[in-house]
Write a protein that binds this ligand. Structure first.
Ligand SMILES: [Zn+2]
Length: 60
């Protein structure tokens, strides 16, 4: 995924920074503990499509 694209992406919920998890192909908001999926290299920045992180999940 393009690093420059990642720089301009923010969480749609809190407008905070996102952490890229390459292994999972997800963008994670630590504040909201939400993981947004990356499908075919395109981040899906929809709260309705986001996954809630498990309580014991490490967000790096
Ligand atoms: Zn957020």
């Amino acid at each position: 995924m393009d690093a420059k694209l990642l720089e301009i992406l923010v969480c749609p919920v809190c407008k905070g920074p996102l952490v890229l998890r390459k292994d999972a192909q997800e963008l994670v908001c630590k504040g909201d503990r939400l993981a947004f999926p990356i499908r075919d290299d395109i981040p899906v920045m929809l709260e309705s499509d986001a996954r809630e992180l498990a309580a014991d999940e490490d967000v790096g």
